[in-house]
Design a protein around this ligand. Structure first.
Ligand SMILES: Nc1ncnc2c1ncn2[C@@H]1O[C@H](COP(=O)(O)OP(=O)(O)OP(=O)(O)O)[C@@H](O)[C@H]1O
Ligand SMILES: [Mg+2]
Length: 356
């Protein structure tokens, strides 16, 4: 069990700076998820914590111990990779016990630990099989079992579920979450999957070009994104963005001069800079019948079962609204939409920072 503390971390590959200056505090027992676009440095950061990658400058602490020069094997941290990397010629049991045998752990204790991990992960029936005789989800659980038996201070997961189909992903996701609550071990998890990030994390780190743009609970990152990048990255389908300005005592979408009904608080925030970027999530449009809405033409309809996505063009922006399927909208329908009060976001048009 351990906290992880990263201070003024810089990581360069030759002349290329992947991480310019990063500070991050992960509490003991915390489940932290890293998200961000491909190439932003998620795996690099994980490999640095694991000790598989040297630091260019800065400090890394695990618990209260500075571990900059400490080798991976001595850090007591388990990393589970995307491809699991099981030993193909070894039985599941041996895959799990191998590291303990190398350490010279007594046979009886190894056996107890393997059996306990196998029970926790529901893989007892497969202990005598080889990895190739297992499904993807079972292999993934063996990889986790191999990590668990070592009783590490922290687990690092680099997109461990990306090879699984949707149903299995959901299942293993729930298992990892339950496991983290049972083991009470610090977990750092990298994913591209929005649902994984939102459902598993105590806190989410949103990274862009090796820089943390926001580090907060899933609710806060979703409800109060710190900037336009985070707002567009978290949530699916993504938030709609419209350039907007305050003109003649009204909010006007800059392209197309459509008036947009904003609640008084949001209007007040827009009034000061005079122009900004208005963010509205697809789920935060209400379909209205009064004249107060924004008239749109339905361009495309995507029924998802639980909701329906409407695509439309507004002020030169291709936008999406998520509506109730009972509306049964059709292509070409003319509808009136209004942003739900208190659910809109305003960003500085120049630097993308949220306007509060
Ligand atoms: N050994 C290396 N030498 C040089 N550059 C590297 C090396 N490893 C990674 N990089 C670069 O560092 C940047 C960050 O890579 P990293 O693998 O951490 O990204 P990532 O966020 O994990 O991306 P993905 O989501 O695609 O897995 C990338 O631009 C990558 O090309
Ligand atoms: Mg990666």
């Amino acid at each position: 069990m351990a906290s992880i503390s990263i201070r003024n971390l810089v990581k360069r590959y030759g002349n290329f700076t992947v991480i310019p200056d990063l500070n991050l505090e992960i509490a003991d027992h915390e489940f932290v998820v890293f998200v961000g676009p491909s190439g932003c440095g998620k795996s690099t950061l994980l490999r640095i914590i694991a000790g598989l990658e040297p630091i260019s400058s800065g400090d890394l602490y695990i618990g209260d111990k500075r571990v900059n020069g400490v080798r991976a094997a001595q850090r007591d941290i388990a990393m589970v990779f995307q491809d699991y990397a099981l030993y193909p010629h070894m039985r599941v049991y041996d895959n799990m016990s191998f590291a303990l045998e190398l350490r010279g752990t007594p046979k009886a204790e190894i056996d107890a630990r393997v059996k306990r991990a196998a029970a926790l992960l529901h893989i007892e029936p497969y202990l005598d099989r080889k990895p190739k005789e297992l499904s993807g989800g079972q292999r993934q659980r063996v990889a986790m079992g191999r990590a668990i038996v070592r009783n590490p201070k922290a687990f690092l997961f680099d997109e461990p579920l990306s090879n699984l189909d949707a149903k299995l992903r959901g299942q293993v996701r729930a298992e990892i979450k339950a496991l983290s609550q049972e083991l009470k071990t610090t977990m750092v998890f990298v994913t591209h999957d929005q649902i994984e990030a939102m459902t598993m994390a105590d806190r989410i780190v949103v990274l862009q070009s090796g820089t943390i743009l926001q580090y907060d609970t899933p609710e806060t990152v979703y409800e109060r994104p710190a900037n336009q990048f985070v707002a567009g990255f978290i949530g699916s389908p993504a938030m709609n963005f419209f350039p907007v300005e305050w003109r003649d005592e009204r909010a006007i979408l800059s392209q197309g001069a459509t008036a947009v009904p904003l609640d008084g608080e949001t209007a007040g925030r827009l009034r000061q800079p005079g122009n900004a970027v208005l963010g509205i999530r697809p789920e935060h449009f209400a379909v209205v019948t009064d004249a107060d809405g924004i008239a749109i033409n339905v361009k495309l309809v995507e029924p998802l079962g639980s909701d329906t996505l409407l695509h439309f063009d507004l002020a030169n922006v291709s936008a999406i609204a998520r509506v109730d399927p009972s509306l049964r909208p059709k292509i070409g329908d003319r509808l009136s939409l209004r942003p739900q009060p208190g659910k809109t976001h305003l960003f500085d048009a120049a630097n993308g920072q949220v306007l509060r």
